[in-house]
Design a protein around this ligand. Sequence first.
Ligand code: PHE
Length: 342
Amino acid sequence: MLSEKVKALKEEINKYQAVSEEALEQYRLRFISRKGELTALFAELKNVASENKKAMGQELNELKNLAQSRFQELIEELSSSKVSETADHPDLTLPTVSGDLGSIHPLTIVRARIVEIFERMGFNLSEGPEIEDDFHNFTALNFPPNHPAREMQDTFFIEKDPDIALRTHTSSVQVRVMENQKPPIRTLSPGRVFRNEAISARAHCVFHQVEGLYVDENVSFQDLKQTLYHFVKEMFGKETKIRFRPSYFPFTEPSAEIDISCQICHGKGCNICKYTGWVEIGGSGMVDPNVLENCGIDSKKYTGFAFGMGIERMTMLKYQIKDLRLFTENDVRFLKQFTPFT
Ligand code: PHE
């Protein structure tokens, strides 16, 4: 009977598993192709009694639709089983994909090296806010109100509030540390600073400094010199010379500019050192007693030294970079060239 054959075929179609491409092709030949079993069943329709023909025709059509939709299902099942098969069993013999490693920004390399050198001398790390008030950036550091020394550093003020500004130097962190800690203090504060300057190869309105502060009993200028002497030799190499040039900062007395022998011409004279053989890397001095008092430290008992150095400046010397703007342009060809040094 035709209807029994239809029923049997329907069961077979529902049960069919396409475990491979071949099995799928077998299915297609048996149930879909024009020479298949379904076509043969349609051919038998002519033998069905006329009163049953309509119902039988319907059954056959349904079977045909089922065969089609089951075929689509089998195709999908087969392709997804392939995917999971490769995911579960990756080909371990394939060569590895060589990943492009990133590189470390030269300023980050140099900052990390500076920190490492001072940490070995017993300095800890401290940080302060980039948005500062007048007290921490100026007043506590012995800049009297309206004193012309404030104009040494072109300041970005926040909106119209003259009390709030972007810090112009990391010396503001000295104040915060001294307010909160008792001597002995030996701290290093690297960070971003801001000055209202036009951007050029030699100047930027955003740059980095590293501040050092040492406060204890009997700290002397000798300690300052020896500390920086050691730092410079570690950072730039044993043959590097250092000199201290008298200078002025409101918060240190006496004050000195820190110069090192030019890393480009090694003292012979070039356009980087303006033919002097020396380049400046920062300022330093003995903490002015007024500053200690402003921060609640007894200036009769304690003395201290401080220094502030430019991280961009040191990086430019270390890697012979001639234009400060390269640090912020994010040109991958530039950034890829740097590897840490010791
Ligand atoms: N803050 C000074 C500057 O930015 C540098 C400095 C720090 C000088 C500490 C002396 C002591 O120019």
